[in-house]
Design a protein around this ligand. Structure first.
Ligand SMILES: Cc1ncc(COP(=O)(O)O)c(C=O)c1O
Length: 374
């Protein structure tokens, strides 16, 4: 039985040609050529002034927090439903993550929950554009502004999405993207930090190069910092993928519409719902079903796996993870963040790779209907 993968890229001759060119020519005086092209084009596409290619989105989050001066004793608010990579860098800089609830409709951070969690120690919030959707940035930006919080936008999953016409990644002090192999735009592993703030960019450039000022060849480091760089071959791949960005996003939106047409009439399930202000990028087409059905996400995943349908579970609430047991916040968060705890039990990502066909989606939907239309 052939398996329908949950995620995966679209690679064409354009990417192969660029990577070939980089491995052949991007050395010596040309070592930075593809970084420059990729960063310039990516900044344009995200409506930002400055972009920095990195080895991962996680390193981008780490750099953003470090460059913003977040440090031990500070609190940083993050939504419960996200990959741990959103929150882990908070610990890297010695601060404490505070987990807040998500919105029941768009599954992204809830502005009310954010505001309720702010304390005198809160210094920043990391918003997440979950599964290619986006939260209510008007309200989130207003709350962050009112309370003097830094805002970092984790747009790892949202390249190509926009809120009121403004591209994902351009909200807040800095935005970060992931180019992991499962993402819409990939460099195998990789990431990008974007910002409009020159001082923040300069500080991040310094920190990502072992505390070395750009262009300095004296090797006189003034701080112990990090090494976060992307190779030319990855930058070439990213550049070629960015040239194809519209086509990649279009493929994601088309896959969502195929799913939507086949599943929209099932009363007990809901698909990604961006609302009228957001043009979603649908990194992962996802379903959430009514809790009252009493079905767990493992039941649904196992039932689909029997037919070769690969899925992913919705992220578990961060506060429930063993990794955060030392914070002793699980029971308080369970009470304070009920939407996240409900969603996490009853949501999965359906196959959403860039090579998925309408026939694949027919098959997936047939099995989803069998489960939910009894
Ligand atoms: C929401 C979110 N944030 C951060 C990351 C981290 O990205 P990377 O693996 O490139 O570090 C991911 C990756 O899956 C993600 O989904």
């Amino acid at each position: 039985m052939t398996k329908i993968p949950v995620a995966g890229p679209s690679i064409t001759q354009k990417e192969i040609d660029c990577v070939n060119d980089a491995v052949t020519n991007a050395w010596y005086g040309n070592a930075g050529v593809y970084h420059d092209r990729f960063e310039k084009l990516f900044a344009e596409r995200t409506g930002t002034k400055l972009a920095m290619a990195l080895p991962s989105c996680t390193s981008g989050l780490h750099l953003a927090l470090a460059a913003l001066g977040i440090t031990s004793g500070d609190e940083v608010i993050v939504p419960e439903i996200t990959w741990i990579a959103t929150a882990a860098p908070v610990s890297y800089v010695g601060a404490t993550p505070v987990f807040v609830d998500v919105d029941p409709v768009n599954w992204c951070i809830s502005p009310d929950s954010l505001e309720a969690a702010i304390t005198p120690r809160t210094k920043a919030v990391i918003t997440v554009d979950l599964y290619g959707n986006m939260p209510d940035y008007d309200r989130l930006s207003a709350i962050a502004g009112r309370h003097g919080l830094k805002l970092v936008e984790d747009a790892a999953e949202a390249v190509g999405a926009s809120y009121k016409g403004r591209p994902a990644g351009s909200f807040g002090d800095a935005g970060v993207f992931s180019f992991h192999g499962s993402k819409t735009l990939t460099t195998g592993e990789g990431g990008m930090l974007v910002t409009n703030q020159q001082a923040l960019f300069d500080r991040a450039s310094f920190l990502r190069d072992h505390g070395r000022r750009p262009g300095d060849f004296s090797f006189e480091n003034s701080e112990v910092a990090f090494k976060y760089k992307m190779s030319s071959m990855q930058a070439a791949l990213g550049y070629a993928q960015t040239l194809r960005l519209d086509e990649l996003i279009e493929a994601k939106r088309r896959a969502f519409s195929w799913y939507y047409e086949r599943l929209k009439d099932i009363p007990s399930i809901r698909l990604n719902n961006p609302g009228s202000d957001v043009l979603a990028a649908y990194w992962m087409v996802s379903i959430v079903w009514d809790q009252s059905l009493g079905i767990g996400k493992k039941d649904v995943r196992d039932a689909l796996a029997v037919h070769g349908v690969d899925t992913r579970p919705f992220f578990s609430p961060l506060s429930s993870l063993e990794a955060y047991r030392h914070l002793h916040v699980e029971s308080a968060c369970r009470e304070r963040n009920p939407v996240s705890y409900d969603l996490a039990n009853s949501g999965i990502n359906l196959p959403s790779s860039l090579t998925i066909t309408e026939q694949d989606i027919d098959l997936v939907c047939k099995h989803v209907r069998n489960l939910f239309c009894k």
